[in-house]
Design a binder for this molecule. Structure first.
Ligand SMILES: [Fe+2]
Length: 408
């Protein structure tokens, strides 16, 4: 949904990407978004003393792997020191095809072969690289270290799970802490960001200041953060680089197990009319083919609960191209393969919509946002008996609830 707040970022810059197309509609303008600005790599860093621009932030959808991410201001060689006590002891580098990934700033280091159910302590180290012609003459500078943090992995085939969901923050960094506070001190496994964290993506500083720092300030150095893009993350000159900052399985749409819950994450793409071809229609159709195969798998059939997370909901959305197409390609599959629950955002109007015969045989929960009084935190807890969803408004009131019995 279009944002109503004046953005701290230059909207005029973005509007350069709005092309005028003669003879299209009454207004004559359509959005031409999702253009990859591929003229350069991530821009050169600011010069100065070697520092971390962020605290470490975590990502994982497996019980034996944790991805540790961190951003430094200068090119460096980074690693993670980790172990089951504060003494650490282990060391991991980022390695691809036998190469250590170095001379970079945006670091992702996988800690692999971890023990499910265990707590690990870790810190990130980053050694500045002043000059790198070859391995013999490489010139290193200062090594810096993050503070020591810890995380706890779920057990193998964990019987319970719990997560928090935020959506449609739209460049309001203060919302993370305000909404997170609603959880009080209740335990949870991870946080899922269900799209439109930004209005549009203009650069690294925005990603750090408006998302990573607010999240590490409240959870992301200790709990995994899973971020699925919304339609607004498809917009802006820096859109393509979003992938550099957040870990994800190889595709933008994926599945994972969260205790007894089988989760399907869809990428609902752009909402607006496209200029002269239907990139996102074909992208969603491709996902629907993939989705049906997933839903025919034993993994899906035998799951205790089946939940879809998607930014644009299949119903109760706008009369716009993307919303209509999401309904058309995804909803019949949700019905046919009996999905238990869809959790979405996008409309900025929170609501719990039980199944409606002849329309959707599955419940749809939509989180609100982004203005105060309309923002929500979604909390989900699942065990062997039931899946329990609660939606809290930013004043702390319970504005939605849904329970699903196991084996319904
Ligand atoms: Fe949206």
């Amino acid at each position: 949904m279009e944002d109503q707040k004046p953005s701290p970022f230059n909207r005029r810059k973005f509007l350069i990407n709005v092309a005028k197309v003669a003879g299209v509609g009454a207004v004559g303008y359509v959005y031409f978004t999702g253009i990859r600005n591929d003229v350069s790599e991530v821009p050169p860093p600011p010069i100065g003393k070697h520092i971390f621009l962020t605290q470490p932030y975590l990502y994982s959808v497996q019980p034996d792997v944790m991805y540790v991410r961190c951003i430094s201001n200068l090119q460096s060689l980074s690693w993670v020191e980790y172990g089951e006590t504060r003494n650490l002891g282990g060391k991991a580098f980022s390695v691809t095809d036998g190469f250590i990934n170095a001379n970079n700033r945006i670091h992702e280091i996988a800690l692999e072969n971890l023990k499910p159910g265990k707590t690990y302590y870790y810190r990130v180290a980053s050694k500045q690289i002043n000059e790198f012609e070859n391995e013999e003459t490489i010139q290193f500078g200062e090594t810096i270290y993050s503070a020591v943090f810890s995380f706890t992995l779920p057990a193998e085939k964990e019987s319970e799970s719990s997560w928090l969901m935020l959506n449609d923050i739209h460049d309001r960094p203060e919302s993370f802490a305000q909404l997170f506070k609603l959880n009080k001190d209740e335990p949870f496994d991870y946080v899922f960001l269900n799209g439109d964290m930004f209005d549009f993506i203009a650069g690294e500083e925005q990603i750090i200041e408006h998302l990573i720092k607010p999240c590490t300030g409240v959870f992301a150095s200790q709990k995994p953060m899973i971020f699925q893009r919304g339609n607004h993350e498809i917009r802006g000159s820096f859109n393509w680089h979003l992938k550099d900052y957040f870990s994800a399985p190889q595709k933008q749409y994926f599945t994972y197990h969260s205790g007894p819950v089988f989760i399907i994450v869809l990428d609902t793409g752009e909402e607006q009319i496209d200029m002269d071809f239907d990139r996102f229609d074909s992208y969603r159709e491709k996902q629907a083919l993939w989705l049906e195969k997933i839903m025919q798998s034993e993994e899906y059939k035998t799951a205790k609960y089946k939940v879809v997370k998607m930014h644009i909901p299949p119903y109760y959305s706008f009369d716009q191209k993307g919303s209509r197409h999401c309904k058309k390609v995804f909803s019949p599959l949700f019905d046919q393969y009996k999905i238990d629950l869809v959790i979405a955002g996008h409309t900025h109007t929170y609501g719990v919509h039980p199944p409606v015969k002849g329309q959707h045989d599955y419940p749809i929960v939509i989180g609100g946002g982004p203005i105060p009084g309309n923002r929500t935190l979604i909390k989900v807890k699942a065990n062997q008996e039931q899946l329990h969803l609660q939606m809290l408004k930013d004043d702390g009131s319970l504005v939605g609830e849904y329970k699903i019995k196991a084996g319904r």
